[in-house]
Design a protein around this ligand. Structure first.
Ligand SMILES: Cc1cc2nc3c(=O)[nH]c(=O)nc-3n(C[C@H](O)[C@H](O)[C@H](O)COP(=O)(O)OP(=O)(O)OC[C@H]3O[C@@H](n4cnc5c(N)ncnc54)[C@H](O)[C@@H]3O)c2cc1C
Ligand SMILES: C[S@@+](CC[C@H](N)C(=O)[O-])C[C@H]1O[C@@H](n2cnc3c(N)ncnc32)[C@H](O)[C@@H]1O
Length: 670
């Protein structure tokens, strides 16, 4: 179950600063919080000097306790003051927070520092309103500043955060309330975890000089010195990692690793998956080419008029729910950002309403509601409330996602591709149907297209939906095509009163340019793109069967209006994101993993060198694609990923084969 997160209970002191009631402690010095931050965390970690002397593609700072975000904003401010040649290309700021402040409290706190205002405004605009355990990534300054907010106890989050054996963190801000007031946080386990996640030469600074903190950090492997404290504090601590840890969170059977060298990445497919990866690579200044078989983008699954967007939640599957919550909040943010850049994206945050239209579905919704989700995410509602929200009479109770929305996927694709092409980092090549590919001796990959000359690239990422299994080496990936036909319906009275997306054994959207969508059929193993009249009748029938109201029976459809496309589905409802395993080598050489001993000595999963996929987005791809693109970009560059290791494992393209090995079965059935 995804754990609920309780926001901080605050009082305000005479200076107008927040005080945490549960800890009876302040968030920063009453003398001057910003000056304290700069002195303790920025200067004692020697950030300006370290950035001046070395060129970092990305620099990762981790902080215990986000609080009001003051440390984060002071860091961002410093970054903006420095010339480009003397600062990292990108900052990944990871902050762990057990009791997040509410947005309004952050706003009130940060109002004290006028010089931070332009940054504070952006933080406040994007600060999460859905507070659940897990990570939410906020992207600022065109992707040069990434803020990963990990909600939950820092000990638990550090155990979940993905890290390779070369480490993750370049600099620690060891904040948190005074050790005497928050002893649960200041533990040897925390210091040891910090050391495990430290990259070579990582530094640490903390406002306290408590003896057990000093000794604990030294025991963990840091060299620690004292410095004069800020304000009335006599001393503080700072230091550097001495022993480089070899800890990795990545199980060898779910092996992933950063790309050795990235020259030009090839993306196959210009749907949401390909465009999302292109967008994430563009933010990082990575050159790439998108090869699309058709003569336009978003003509396949990503070409529907309206996609319903909400997180897939399951009270019993915290990994799946956590992934979709992160993906959902990330997508919302990306839509806002693209719009802020002037892109037209048709979408409406009208909420999504799931109806318990029969006993089975009502039970399922009741089960989903069992977990303590925050109301900003999902709330149970009565039939009367449902009718009020929908603007039309409904006979069923259900669950409402107040921040749910519909959006036109093709608009998102076009905006992302525009960003890529106009930046000069992305090139889109239409009418390029990839037929096969070949690894070259130098580690590069040669791509072969129907009727086009071949191309040589450093990485291949296959994002071509259900057609992935038609390409050699990917035939065995666990993707099943499922055709879906959506019916388009002219808006008339009383249907034009519909105010929210209705989900039942199908879905009905509010009108967009006077057209509603009723969707969608679910036809396994069918790939026919032509419209079938029978399917439109089926869509209407499903609506009338589930919602037996006069307004549904008044609907008349023109069976010839609609659209059919094919979903690429995976049976556990999670996409495939990451490196593609060499299935022949896996079958031939990889040992079973069903004993403790075999797992202890397991070799790394054999991978196809420099070959990745982002596919199997199923029926939720509009929701999940942008975060998936970001995750794959993080993997290629070796940056911090904004999801847990458990989520990365659950997205691994080889997971079904590995799970069989873990059960002591051969990797594949045949
Ligand atoms: C009927 C229907 C309703 C849906 N409703 C929703 C919804 O309400 N909410 C939601 O979140 N999701 C929904 N989805 C799912 C979502 O639309 C998809 O998951 C998402 O669009 C998949 O994007 P993609 O880029 O992986 O695939 P696609 O959009 O299919 O893109 C794949 C691209 O690869 C190209 N290609 C294929 N083979 C090759 C090749 N060999 N060489 C070069 N290019 C190639 C194709 O031409 C295509 O452009 C729905 C899907 C369908 C079909
Ligand atoms: C002194 S405040 C941090 C101030 C903050 N860095 C800022 O810039 O405003 C300490 C923070 O640590 C958080 N915290 C305390 N114990 C924690 C724990 N075990 N795990 C994660 N966060 C914790 C508190 O909720 C609080 O927000």
């Amino acid at each position: 179950m995804v754990k609920p997160i309780h926001s901080a209970d605050l009082a305000w002191n005479e200076q107008g600063y927040p005080v945490a009631c549960a800890f009876d402690d302040v968030y920063f010095s009453n003398q001057d919080g910003l000056a304290e931050t700069r002195y303790v965390f920025l200067n004692q970690n020697q950030l300006p000097q370290r950035w001046y002397n070395a060129s970092f593609n990305h620099f990762t700072i981790a902080e215990s306790g986000f609080g009001s975000g003051l440390n984060f904003l002071a860091t961002w401010y410093l970054f903006e003051q420095l010339p480009e040649e003397h600062r990292p290309k990108q900052i990944n700021f990871i902050s762990f927070e057990k009791f997040p402040l509410e947005k309004r409290d952050i706003e009130q706190t940060l109002a004290h520092w006028g010089e931070l205002k332009p940054y504070a405004e952006q933080l406040i605009a994007h600060y999460p309103t859905i507070l659940t355990q897990g990570c939410q990534r906020l992207v600022f300054a065109n992707g040069r500043i990434n803020l990963d907010l990990w909600f939950g106890d820092i000990h638990e989050s550090l155990q979940q955060i993905p890290t390779s054996s070369s480490g993750l963190v370049d600099c620690w801000y060891l904040d948190g309330f005074a050790p005497s007031k928050n002893p649960d946080m200041w533990t040897q386990a925390l210091f040891d975890q910090m050391a495990s996640l430290s990259r070579n030469q990582a530094t640490v600074a903390t406002f306290t000089a408590a003896g057990f903190v000093r000794r604990g950090l030294i025991d963990a492997g840091f060299r620690i010195e004292k410095a004069p404290g800020f304000g009335r504090k006599r001393e503080m601590l700072h230091g550097q990692i001495e022993r480089q840890s070899t800890y990795s969170s990545i199980p060898p059977w779910f092996y992933r690793h950063r790309a050795e060298q990235i020259d030009e990445v090839a993306i196959i497919g210009a749907g949401l998956a390909g465009a999302s990866l292109s967008y994430a690579l563009t933010k990082r200044g990575i050159k790439h080419h998108i090869y699309e078989s058709e003569n336009a983008a978003a003509t396949a699954a990503s070409g529907n008029r309206q996609g319903a967007i909400y997180p897939l939640l399951n009270a019993e599957q915290s990994t799946l729910s956590e992934f979709f919550i992160s993906a959902f909040t990330y997508l919302n943010q990306i839509i806002q950002r693209l719009r802020a850049k002037g892109h037209y994206i048709a979408s409406e945050q009208c909420g999504v309403l799931h109806l318990g239209y029969n006993e089975k579905s009502a039970k399922k919704l009741a089960k989903t509601a069992q977990a303590q989700w925050p109301e900003a995410l999902i709330k149970p509602i009565s039939a009367e409330q449902a009718s009020n929200i929908a603007g039309l009479p409904l006979e069923h109770a259900g669950l409402f996602y107040p921040q749910g929305l519909w959006a036109t996927p093709a608009d998102v694709v076009q905006a992302m591709l525009y960003e890529a092409v106009s930046s000069g980092y992305g090139n889109v090549h239409y009418q390029h149907l990839l037929t096969h590919w070949q690894p070259l001796a130098d580690g590069k990959i040669e791509l072969h297209f129907a009727n086009q000359s071949s191309k040589k690239v450093s990485q291949l990422v296959v994002c071509n939906g259900y057609q992935i299994t038609q390409i050699p080496a990917f035939e065995k990936l666990p993707i099943t095509p499922v055709r879906g036909q959506v019916t388009h319906l002219k808006s008339t009275e009383p249907l034009n009163n519909l105010q929210t997306v209705l989900c039942y054994d199908g879905y009905l959207t509010p009108a967009h340019h006077q057209i509603h969508c009723i969707g969608a059929t679910y036809q396994r193993l069918q790939v026919e793109r032509q419209l079938a009249n029978e399917d439109s009748r089926q869509n209407l029938q499903a609506l009338q069967d589930c919602i037996d109201q006069s307004w549904t029976h008044q609907i008349a459809i023109d069976e010839s209006l609609g659209r059919a496309a094919v979903r690429a589905t995976v049976r556990d409802h999670l996409p495939l994101m990451g490196p593609v395993a060499n299935i022949d080598a896996l079958i031939r050489e990889y040992p079973p993993l069903n004993t403790h001993k075999s797992r202890e000595s397991a070799p790394q999963l054999p991978l196809l060198k420099n070959v990745y996929t982002l596919s199997g987005l199923g029926a939720r791809g509009v929701t999940s694609a942008p975060l998936l693109g970001e995750l794959l970009a993080c993997e290629l560059t070796g940056e911090a990923a904004p999801v847990s290791q458990a989520i990365l494992d659950a997205l691994h393209p080889a997971r079904f084969w590995v799970r069989r090995l873990l059960r002591g079965q051969p990797a594949t059935r045949s």
